[in-house]
Design a binder for this molecule. Structure first.
Ligand code: PMP
Length: 445
């Protein structure tokens, strides 16, 4: 493959943007390919090379790069009417009504412009509502680039996970291992009266993919009820993907107090949202006293794209189609790993998938889980499936980025560039794409 133009663009980018990119994960080595356009489930780079795309914008693109006609016309008619106004519009009411109608825990929604903004606002709301300071997060969880959640360590010794965050901020955050009911019980026993909220991705998608063991989310719900803390599901990835229009909370049958959304709910445009029961959401200004505001919030083009995206999914077999293609991919990968790399693991559910380069546990068994980990205790691989972010972090990251990701890219398959972030099948992928992808995996492995 020729990458001359991408290399030139990267040289120029390095002079004017830190690391040459506007989001850290895009800076693949030795240089990223620059995308010229999308086509169905494919992207075409600046040198004309074509890749089957499983990054899908890191999650927002349910339909791949060719939007269904009603979504395209909704976007175009709102863009041509004038981009935005600083006054409310009908379409944001319609999208809020749609979300409230389908997502079990949601009665009211505040729209913002990114997943990060949604979690920042949710944390402020939880603190304002409960008049408490502490936030529990999962080790290996990710809630965007924000001060309250970029915290590593454990509940006894939390510390900022990046430069630029004062230790005194990190002290209010209590990281616990995902799927460990005992650990969070202890944290509640020690700090329960100070805990404003537990913030959890229903499925770890950024140190993932890790699905919840039976009863874990129920335990979180129960502890939050007992101590008067809010349960916040961060459904920025899982929202309108896992569990379809009911989201992961519908799939798992656990109702959080607040939900953060992003990605799919904006149909490919910048978006975030905080949803929940009215008596909590109404604490946001102007109805309440927790300040929240934004010039671009509820942007009409984004709202129109999101609404048309979700309405199309409500009227077509979108989720069934995507999930069954993803199942085909996971099961093909399982066979390939059994043959070529039995120490690795296939994980995922619905339209999310990943291969994890873990050696622990699975090596001894020499077998792979057949259908992506569902954390079924009766599964022969239950023990060896990752249960926490730390299990996933044991993966061989060096091999992934330096070798495997490059090998797949050279074979025309675009995967997420780090070992830990989810990959997505879209409505635009075809059986032919899946076959080509499996061939590439088999060769690269
Ligand atoms: N929460 C989760 C679970 C995410 O995966 C992400 C981003 N991938 C965010 C929050 C932050 O969203 P954004 O990048 O739109 O700010």
């Amino acid at each position: 493959m020729n990458h001359e133009r991408s290399r030139d663009l990267y040289d120029r980018a390095l002079s004017v943007m830190p690391g040459g990119v506007n989001s850290s994960v895009r800076a693949t080595q030795p240089y990223p390919f620059f995308v010229d356009s999308g086509d169905g489930a494919h992207v075409i780079d600046a040198d004309g090379n074509r890749y089957v795309d499983y990054v899908m914008g890191y999650g927002p693109l349910l339909y791949g790069h060719d939007l269904p006609e009603p979504v395209q016309s909704a976007i175009q008619s709102h863009a041509s009417a004038g981009p935005m106004y600083g006054a409310p519009t009908e379409v944001e009411v319609e999208l809020a009504e749609f979300v409230a109608r389908h997502v079990p825990s949601v009665e009211m929604v505040r729209f913002v412009n990114s997943g990060t903004e949604a979690t920042v606002s949710a944390v402020r709301l939880a603190r304002g509502y409960t008049e408490r300071n502490k936030i529990v997060v999962m080790q290996g969880g990710y809630h965007g680039a924000q001060e309250s959640t970029l915290v590593a360590g454990d509940a006894d010794n939390p510390s900022p996970s990046t430069a630029g965050i004062p230790h005194s901020f990190a002290e209010h955050t209590l990281p616990v291992p995902f799927n460990d009911s005992e650990a969070i019980r202890t944290v509640f026993e020690d700090h329960g009266d100070d805990i404003a909220a537990v913030l959890v991705e229903p499925i770890l998608g950024n140190k993932g993919i890790v699905t919840p063991v039976d009863g874990y989310h129920e335990t979180l719900r129960e502890l939050c009820n007992d101590y008067g803390s809010l349960l916040v599901f961060d459904e920025v990835i899982t929202g309108f993907r896992v569990g379809g229009l009911q989201c992961a909370q519908g799939k798992f049958g656990v109702t959080p107090d607040l939900t953060t959304f992003g990605k799919i709910v904006g149909g490919g445009f910048p978006v975030g949202a905080i949803g929940g029961k009215s008596n909590i959401i109404e604490h946001f200004t102007p109805s309440g006293d927790v300040f929240q505001s934004g010039t671009f919030s509820g942007h009409p083009v984004t709202m129109a794209a999101g609404l048309a995206t979700l309405e199309y999914a409500a009227e077509h077999d979108v989720y069934d189609h995507i999930n069954s293609l993803a199942e085909q991919l996971r099961s093909g990968l399982t066979d390939i790993l059994a043959d070529r790399a039995p120490e690795y693991t296939v994980v995922g559910t619905d339209s999310m998938f990943k291969t994890i380069f873990t050696r622990d546990g699975a090596t001894e068994r020499g077998e792979q889980c057949g259908a992506g980990c569902r954390q079924d205790p009766n599964c022969p691989n239950f023990e060896s499936c990752p249960k926490t972010g730390a299990d996933v972090a044991n993966a061989e990251t060096d091999r992934w980025e330096r070798l495997f990701w490059q090998e797949m890219k050279d074979r025309g398959v675009f995967l997420t560039a780090n070992q830990f972030e989810s990959q997505f099948v879209s409505y635009a992928h075809t059986e032919e794409d899946i076959e080509k992808t499996l061939e590439a995996y088999a060769e690269a492995l």
